[in-house]
Design a protein around this ligand. Structure first.
Ligand code: ADE
Ligand code: ZN
Length: 339
């Protein structure tokens, strides 16, 4: 009997991605092309110089450069190209479904119209489904370092485009900006029928995860690493059956963990939490979806059964219909039987 070829297994394993910032998929090559197309100066001369700048000690270090990079995105076609490049790349990772974030305030605060941003993204998501077979949902994130009034204004600006928006999320600088700051705007989003997500427990304490659950009433937790510091919180997340969208290479790049062998992914699974593997901002953190799967599988020596569980979790934690989820679950089992 041949040894289990884990890398080949991961490469073809059907999976979903539930934590991806479209602006975080802006590769240096596309950044240069858009800077040229839009006649925008960027403080780098070469792609190598850009990549060399991607060394972070914490979330804020990264965010400063990430918001700067997004400045090259100007036109509807730019947002289309960004989104299509991501979908094309992730389709090659046997990714069949994505639920992606975008940060409208990063663009509207620079004078870009909401319709330009959502129009380009939505057109690419439709083409991604018809041309690549990748289904998707789009989540509008509020920037938590800005105030709640700005979040309300963003929700209002998005009103004409809500047919394209599945939910709202909360991202950017976590510490000092607890979920409670956004309780009213999340309530307003819920009243519009939107689903609710929030980054919580990436750098922030377990108290922020409690707030995200109790005050924002979120449907899924983005990251959630620090929830493990609080046993009662772990029990609550397990009881409610909430999915955690975990991002191994992001956690390593932002020093949330110092070594992937110390990553809490397996501990999450062992505690009954529905953890999933995601890339967060792949252009900045050294790899797309499968790179995250390969890296964490190697570091934790994940078994075939654990990988199958993680693939099932990725669809189970999505907002596909039960019929769609069932079809993906069968595809996972069919792939597993071949190994
Ligand atoms: N925006 C993009 N990536 C993020 C992350 N990992 N945490 C918070 N905000 C983000
Ligand atoms: Zn994120």
């Amino acid at each position: 009997m041949t040894a289990f070829d884990r890398d080949a297994f991961i490469a073809g394993l059907p999976k979903a991605e539930l934590h991806l910032h479209l602006e975080g998929s802006l590769e240096p090559e596309l950044m240069f092309a858009l800077a040229q197309r839009n006649k925008i100066a960027i403080p780098f001369n070469t792609v190598e110089e850009v990549r060399a700048a991607y060394s972070f000690s914490n979330l804020q270090d990264f965010l400063d450069i990430y918001y700067q990079g997004a400045g090259v995105l100007q036109t509807e076609q730019d947002f289309y190209d960004l989104t299509m490049a991501y979908l094309t790349r992730v389709a090659a990772d046997a990714c069949r479904h994505v639920e992606v974030f975008f940060d409208p305030q990063t663009h509207t605060d620079r004078g870009i119209e909401m319709g330009v941003v959502i129009g380009g993204i939505a057109r690419a998501l439709a083409d991604g489904q018809s041309q690549l077979g990748v289904t998707s949902k789009l989540i509008l994130c509020f920037l938590r370092h800005l105030d709640e009034d700005a979040a309300f204004a963003t929700l209002e600006a998005a009103e004409p485009y809500l047919e394209h928006i599945f939910g709202v999320g909360l991202d950017s600088s976590e510490v000092g900006h607890p979920p409670s700051k956004f309780a009213r705007v999340f309530e307003a989003a819920r009243a519009k029928g939107l689903h609710l997500f929030a980054h919580a427990g990436e750098e922030g304490p377990p108290a922020y995860v409690w707030e995200a659950l109790d005050l924002l009433k979120i449907d899924r937790i983005d990251h959630g690493n620090r929830a493990l510091e609080d046993e009662a919180l772990v029990a609550r997340i397990a009881k409610d059956g909430l999915t955690l969208t975990v991002c191994p290479l992001s956690n390593l790049s932002l020093c949330v963990v110092h070594d992937l062998t110390q990553h809490p992914l397996r501990a999450m699974l062992e505690k009954g939490l529905k953890a999933t593997i995601n890339s967060d901002d792949p252009a900045y953190f050294g790899g797309y979806l499968n790179a995250n799967w390969h890296a964490i599988a190697k570091a934790l020596d994940l078994s075939k059964q654990e990988l199958v569980t993680l693939a099932h979790n990725s669809f189970a934690g999505s907002y596909l219909t039960p019929t769609e989820k069932q079809a993906h679950a069968e595809a996972i089992e069919a792939w597993a039987e071949r190994f």
